[in-house]
Design a binder for this molecule. Structure first.
Ligand code: 0O2
Length: 212
């Protein structure tokens, strides 16, 4: 594919990422209004770079005409939560939506990776209306806590620095850091009620000050 072909190929993925970001941000706002608490802290999204698509296609032995089936995360959405329980709540809300179809899920929280990576992944099929009609694309939704996201972001940049060949010492320290992040998540869960009460009081007071 040349530059123009790539642009056309990626267009529905770009549209899907924009639409899904709006939908999950709206879900956050709606839950906050209804329940005073949103299980979603913030949402990001990206379309995979062409060089990363080609690297992954090579690694998974996917030919160019099968990229739309063989690479499931060309469109990627990340949903960050405060607590581990929130991740499962968000996953359940996603499962019950009518505007997308769940293809499969991977629980890398219960079954965390050897690297230490933790996250909940959902592969979905999402309908996009293009100028030429209706098309279905695959997208990956990663749901994680702020601590899991911190760890994954750092580990991703170290992998980039070391070209995916991390020294054993760094690998070991990252595994230890992942355990520490997991302990932090567990500790925050055990004082969840206290944290939520404090956040609510803080927000109420901030609103009062803003209204004066
Ligand atoms: P990028 O740059 O984030 O897009 P694979 O396991 O890679 O052979 P699969 O099934 O596509 O094949 O992957 P998997 O394991 O479900 O993971 C897909 C994505 O999850 C990755 O995309 C990462 O975003 C994230 N991920 C998985 N494992 C790790 C990990 O150990 N560390 C970090 N930081 N992220 C991870 P890409 O395409 O690898 O990368």
């Amino acid at each position: 594919m040349d530059g123009r072909d790539w642009g056309l190929f990626l267009q529905p993925y770009e549209q899907a990422v924009e639409e899904l970001k709006v939908k999950f941000k709206t879900m956050r706002a709606e839950l906050k209004s209804r329940e005073d608490y949103a299980p979603i802290e913030f949402v990001t999204g990206r379309v995979k770079r062409v060089s990363s698509i080609l690297d992954k296609a090579k690694r998974l032995n996917v030919s160019e005409d099968r990229l739309h089936i063989g690479i499931e995360d060309i469109a990627g959405i990340r949903i960050m939560c405060q607590f581990v329980d929130d991740i499962y709540r968000v996953a359940s809300l996603i499962r019950s939506r009518q505007d997308l179809k769940l293809v499969y899920e991977k629980d890398y929280i219960t079954n965390y990776k050897e690297s230490g990576y933790r996250s909940y992944h959902m592969i979905i099929e999402y309908p996009v209306q293009t100028a030429l009609g209706h098309t279905l694309i695959l997208a990956e939704i990663q749901i994680r806590t702020l601590a899991m996201n911190f760890w994954a972001t750092i580990e991703h940049s170290l992998n980039y620095k070391y070209k995916k060949d991390l020294p054993e010492e760094v690998k070991y320290r990252l595994q230890k850091a992942a355990e520490a992040a997991n302990l932090l998540d567990n500790e925050m869960t055990s004082i969840r009620k206290e944290i939520l009460d404090a956040q609510m009081t803080f927000e109420e007071n901030s609103n009062c000050v803003a209204a004066i």
